[in-house]
Design a protein around this ligand. Structure first.
Ligand code: FMN
Length: 361
């Protein structure tokens, strides 16, 4: 209701300015206990039906904030107060970088979609790690989404992922190797099975070394993939994920396709939101048919309501994330998705959300 009132003014702003304003608000909300509690009293909705344990981590609900919203880990407590069950920060690269020239985010309101060509602007792993250290342990699982710097050669990519992991390891509950942004030249080539096997092995070796150093277990290491992969590449990735070096998959990042848009757009970049929804669900289904529950999948792409989340869970996702619908629906979106999902689960008569995973085959 509140968001519907302010949205027209918000949408007059450049999308990135609106985003920065929202991050600033959320940072402030998260800093103060009173505002956090007020936000919680409005937006919180928890139910044991929604709770699961994956990779030994407890998720009080399966609806997370996707990577790219909180690139520099400023809004974690605020996002938690809005009811997200987990938060993925980043993409963070080892060194700070400015990203592509602005403007680089474009709203497509008629299609409930966004095109972005951000190119991983971020403050770099060291600054983000210091901020996470200062904020302390969060009450929901935190994913650290890692990328390579634009000016790092593709053959040196593994060293970048490892360097970012080294800085951020103490502050994450899981890590994500992002090889699927369309806005870093060549990055998606890392999704080829030859590169990928070697890359993940190197990251996991560092992960085990860091675990020993920090006296804890290695982080679950997930791979985030693009929706534009051919069937045989998807199948190769799913088979690779059955091996020891991939602990989970995130499907999917933004798409280069412009299918499903009611009006053409000339803007370059990755498309997210409603037009991506069906394609990302199909990809989850293809992956799940090969991996089953052995490799948990986080489903993301075009989720805006409980039915969208339910469809992805039934296709094989164990958890879901959203970003673009947060822009269109506002701060109540996680609560809305959870409330509608709960209703669907109750109608189905299940005792826990885990029972519907993969049920639509
Ligand atoms: C403006 C914007 C920036 C994004 N930045 C990142 C990023 O830095 N790293 C990443 O892995 N995904 C990034 N994404 C992709 C989202 O995490 C998500 O995979 C994608 O948008 C599909 O979900 P949605 O339809 O709910 O937005 C970004 C998406 C948007 C819209």
């Amino acid at each position: 209701m509140f968001y519907e009132l302010i949205k027209p003014a918000f949408f007059l702003l450049d999308p990135e300015q609106a985003h920065d304003l929202a991050i600033g608000w959320m940072e402030k909300t998260g800093r103060c206990r009173v505002t956090r509690d007020i936000a919680k009293s409005i937006y919180y909705l928890e139910d044991p039906l929604l709770a699961q344990t994956l990779w030994g981590l407890r998720f009080s609900n399966p609806v997370g904030m996707a990577a790219g919203f909180d690139k520099n880990a400023r809004a974690m407590p605020g996002l938690t107060a809005l009811g997200f069950g987990f938060i993925e920060i980043g993409t963070v690269t080892p060194r700070a970088q400015p990203g592509n020239p602005k403007p680089r985010i474009f709203r497509l309101p008629a299609d409930r979609a966004v095109i972005n060509r951000m190119g991983f602007p971020n403050e770099g792993a060291e600054v983000v790690a210091a901020r996470m250290a200062a904020l302390g342990k969060q009450t929901v699982p935190i994913g650290i989404n890692l990328g390579k710097n634009k000016d790092t050669a593709l053959e040196d990519a593994a060293a970048d992922y490892v360097a970012a992991l080294e800085k951020l390891f103490p502050y994450g509950d899981y890590c994500v190797i992002n090889v699927s942004s369309p806005n870093t030249p060549g990055l998606r080539l890392l999704q080829g099975a030859d590169y990928l096997g070697a890359l993940m092995a190197e990251v996991q070796a560092a992960n085990r070394r860091l675990a020993t150093q920090h006296h804890r277990t290695p982080l679950p290491c997930l791979l985030k993939i693009a929706p534009d992969l051919a069937q045989e590449d998807l199948e190769a990735i799913a088979h690779l994920a059955l091996g020891p070096d991939i602990d989970g998959l995130i499907a999917t990042n933004t798409t280069l396709s412009r299918n499903g848009l009611s009006q053409p757009s000339d803007e370059a970049g990755g498309l997210s939101g409603a037009p991506l929804r069906v394609r990302s669900t199909d990809i989850i289904r293809i992956l799940y048919r090969i991996t089953g529950k052995d490799v948990p999948i986080i489903g993301v792409g075009g989720i805006a309501n409980g039915q969208d989340a339910y469809d992805k869970l039934r296709a094989g996702a164990s958890l879901v994330q959203l970003y673009t619908s947060f822009i269109y629906e506002g701060p109540a979106v996680a609560r809305k998705v959870k409330a509608e999902l709960l209703e669907l689960l109750r109608r189905e008569g299940v005792r826990n959300v885990g029972e519907v995973i993969g049920s639509s085959g």
